[in-house]
Design a protein around this ligand. Structure first.
Ligand code: ADP
Length: 276
């Protein structure tokens, strides 16, 4: 199994979920089977008790799990039914670890964030791979890089990267490139900071997805490529579209599927049929 982790920087609500789902769609179109999961840093065990006014719809999976609305995007984009393993929250991870501790499973050890919480997070990724038998598992990390709550998730995916082959794990980072009103300049500084923040957690992103009100020109792409140490072709703009279902097409036009397959050593996959 190959693993893709999608993180977000600069601001929340930047389109991580749509980016993750669009990547899933593109890979499915190349003949790969895909499973998607979402990690949410909040302490609720699941979104079932959260106000829909605050959190949006609760998406119920076929096995009855009450999950984050992003799972609805995933199912609609990749056209696969997901299961309870697709939705993991900090609350769920902690309650599992605390239940194990009470049962004596840790054999008297001091139970800590690293390794006990991070191991439980890693288990959720590996279990999803095992149970779904998918070629690729795409995991979206909720929240924004730099949040205190996201740290155990970032540490867990760093460990997954170090315990697997380089060609089996890919990191995607979604950022905002704001424009200054008046001068209409696009600014990459927040992207550079976000890249650094991710690096300080031991994660070097392979792909950068840019949301912006302006056009990401070749010059801007080169600048991001230079500062964030990714090839120019790995800087992808998620253009503002009217219908979110156009996003996979936008990514495909920038050859994101080819790039991901190359990085994951899956180049022998047939070319996209481009039928969406
Ligand atoms: P996040 O996962 O980062 O919180 P989402 O993927 O849920 O963000 O997206 C937030 C909102 O932005 C959604 O309402 C989605 O429809 C919209 N959105 C995402 N990407 C695009 C895009 N390329 N063009 C227009 N709207 C988008």
């Amino acid at each position: 199994t190959k693993f893709i982790f999608v993180t977000g920087g600069v601001v929340s609500g930047i389109g991580k979920g749509i980016s993750a789902a669009s990547i899933g769609r593109l890979l499915k179109d190349r003949g790969l089977s895909v499973f998607m999961q979402k990690f949410d840093p909040y302490l609720n065990v699941d979104p079932g008790t959260m106000s829909p006014y605050q959190h949006g719809e609760v998406f119920v999976t076929k096995d009855g799990a009450e999950t984050d609305l992003d799972l609805g995007h995933y199912e609609r984009f990749i056209d696969e039914e997901l299961t309870k393993g697709a939705s993991i929250t900090t609350g769920k991870v902690y309650s599992t670890v605390i239940a194990k501790e009470r049962r004596g499973d840790y054999d008297g050890a001091t139970v800590q964030v690293i390794p006990h919480i991070t191991n439980e997070i890693k288990n959720a990724v590996y279990k999803a791979a095992k149970e779904s038998k998918a070629d690729v598992v795409i995991t979206e990390i909720g929240g924004t890089v730099g949040d205190i709550e996201s740290l155990p998730f970032l540490e867990a995916i760093r460990q997954i990267h170090s315990e697997n082959k380089k060609s089996d794990v890919l990191f995607v980072h979604t950022v905002l490139v704001p424009n200054i009103p008046g001068s209409d300049e696009l600014k990459t500084k927040p992207t550079q900071h976000s890249f650094k923040e991710l690096m300080s957690n031991g994660i070097k992103t392979d792909v950068i997805i840019v949301r912006s009100n302006g056009l990401v020109t070749d010059d801007l792409r080169e600048k991001i490529s230079l500062f964030c140490d990714v090839p120019v072709e790995a800087v992808i703009q998620s253009t503002n579209v009217e219908l979110i279902y156009e996003v996979p097409l936008v990514f495909h036009e920038q050859h994101l599927d080819d790039y991901i397959l190359k990085e994951l050593d899956l180049e022998d996959r047939p070319a996209s049929k481009g039928k969406w």
